[in-house]
Design a protein around this ligand. Structure first.
Ligand code: MN
Length: 227
């Protein structure tokens, strides 16, 4: 098939021991750990999950030097477990939701916090705070056959070797199954979709030269340098 202009390349993420994972869409859950909701000034009562998106080409592989982005002076890290879907569905019941999962990765929901704060104040969309270029670093995906379905275990992020964020998957307000089920009632999910599941407390700013290392127990670590 020919196109009017050169077609964009399929975005992929490496898979441990297999062929690359083709990325379709990136969904992100907001405020999915109570202590992070509190640090952002919200009551962590179990209100329904809410979502925002990043473009698929915001993905960058582990080991990358990620340029400090334009238009911010408050560029934040958010360490998150990432769910990679191998099957789709709509209105998926909670007890069937994990059947959709291909595997799990460790990602960073990089955020231009100053743009987000202004968007919140003005009642404007978050897209330019969350969905900018190279805003979604993601480590190689571990297939479920090797990872199982992690529901507890340490989540941490170090900057220049010092712990900045520390949490536990067991503290997710909405579990992976509940999140998939809820999201599938809003949009039809497809193979290739990713879900960034939210970040624990301790988000903060990074500057040029910082080295970020992120970890979720049982998964592949992520490491990037801000350039
Ligand atoms: Mn996040």
């Amino acid at each position: 098939m020919s196109f009017a202009i050169p077609a964009p390349a399929q975005i992929t993420i490496p898979v441990v021991g297999g062929d690359p994972f083709p990325v379709r869409r990136i969904y992100c859950v907001g405020r999915n750990y109570a202590a992070h909701a509190r640090e952002m000034g919200h009551d962590p009562d179990r209100e329904p999950p809410f979502f925002f998106m990043k473009p698929a080409d915001a993905i960058v592989p582990t080991g990358s030097v990620v340029p400090y982005p334009a238009a911010t002076a408050d560029y934040h890290h958010e360490i998150e477990m990432v769910v990679a879907l191998g099957k789709g569905g709509r209105d998926v019941p909670v007890d069937k939701a994990l059947d959709l999962v291909f595997g799990y990765g460790v990602g960073l929901d990089m955020t231009r916090r100053d743009i987000q704060a202004q968007a919140k104040k003005m009642g404007r969309p978050w897209d330019m705070a969350k969905g900018f270029d190279q805003s979604a670093p993601c480590a190689p995906i571990l297939p479920v056959s090797q990872s199982g379905h992690p529901d507890k275990g340490a989540v941490w992020l170090k900057v220049n070797g010092e712990i900045r964020q520390q949490g536990d998957l067991g503290d997710l307000i909405w579990s992976v199954a509940e999140t998939i089920s809820y999201l599938s009632g809003l949009v039809e999910l497809f193979p290739g979709d990713l879900i960034y599941t939210g970040t624990p407390e301790g988000v903060g700013a990074v500057v040029k030269g910082d080295k970020l290392e992120g970890h979720v127990d049982g998964l592949q670590d992520i490491s990037i340098t801000i350039g």
